[in-house]
Design a protein around this ligand. Structure first.
Ligand code: SAM
Length: 292
């Protein structure tokens, strides 16, 4: 058997051997605890029929354990310095494809077609770089890729925003956007101590199951998200005030917004952060009627 990368000793050895200085700016906090990885793999129900996309393999701690259980792993890593290291640490495995690209720029669809065509299911498993958690999740969800399940480690505070209910402190446009595309579930909290170096914040693992169709039936997600984001531009302000900020701020517009909210049967003194996705959907429908 091969010794796991995800231990403090082995990780230190690898970093030393290659003289690698970690980049905080790229969110390089590496997992040094195999148990956490094993739990994610169990929850994700990975078999040899599963293909996995990983974002940010680092030095391969999660990647190698995915490769042992999954049929194939494609790992996208932005940091060129890590590629020779990964080629070294992952050399025992022949079912990994490394791609040295920014996940937000990469042609994920082409990579799936080239390397994963024979698999029934493609899932995403990642310990995400925390500075771009939201852009990465939205990138995948908006891409139209046939990926139904996501198991992602992120900053706990972001995980709380994802699963927040209306009217709570963490509730925001991210909660709505994720709920629009997926059913989200918390898998488990992860302490700082399982990373090297330990990050400043606690972490959490979230499961996202993509809905077959978005939660509400909108023709233009762009317009819908403009209206939901608009409800949170000023915390503790009424929805009327918020919309006055995002639309032109004049008497004529104020009247139009009042008519919009009346048509949607939303009281204009409600706060944006109290409105559910269904209530934003009513606003959206009224907006589309007003503007066509
Ligand atoms: N998977 C490893 C682990 O769990 O130990 C490393 C996780 S570390 C939190 C995040 C990784 O994402 C780093 O290796 C970093 O270089 C990489 N990364 C950062 N931004 C990226 C991007 N835009 N595209 C691809 N990888 C990125």
């Amino acid at each position: 058997t091969i010794k796991d990368i995800a231990t403090p000793t082995r990780t230190n050895e690898i970093l030393k051997k290659h003289g690698l200085v970690l980049k905080k700016s790229l969110g390089q906090n590496f997992l040094v605890e195999s148990n956490v990885i094993q739990q994610v793999i169990r929850k994700a129900n990975i078999t040899k029929q599963t293909a996995v996309i990983e974002v940010g393999p680092g030095i391969g701690s999660l990647t190698e354990q995915l490769a042992r259980t999954a049929g194939h792993v494609i790992a996208f890593e932005i940091d060129q310095r890590l590629i020779p290291i990964l080629n070294d640490t992952l050399s025992p495995y022949d079912n990994i494809t490394l791609i040295n690209e920014d996940i937000l720029e990469a042609d994920i669809s082409a990579a799936i077609e080239t390397h994963l065509a024979e698999f029934d299911e493609v899932i995403v498993v990642a310990n995400l770089p925390y500075y771009i958690t939201t852009p990465i999740l939205m990138h995948f969800l908006e891409s139209g890729l046939d990926i139904k399940r996501y198991y992602v480690m992120m900053q706990k505070e972001v995980g709380e925003r994802i699963s927040a209910r209306p009217g709570t402190k963490s509730y925001g446009s991210l909660s709505i956007a994720i709920d629009f595309y997926t059913e989200a579930r918390t898998i488990q909290d992860v302490p700082k101590t399982v990373f090297m170096p330990p990050p400043n914040v606690d972490s959490i693992i979230i499961e996202l199951i993509k809905r077959d169709t978005p939660k509400v039936d909108v023709e233009s997600p762009e317009v819908f998200f403009k209206l939901t984001r608009g409800g949170f531009v000023q915390r503790r302000k009424t929805i009327l005030n918020c919309y006055q900020t995002i639309f032109e701020n004049g008497k004529k517009e104020k009247d139009a917004i009042r008519r919009l909210l009346a048509a949607a049967e939303i009281e204009e003194n409600r706060r944006g952060e109290s409105l559910s996705i269904e209530e934003y959907y009513r606003i959206y429908k009224a907006y589309q009627l007003q503007n066509t």
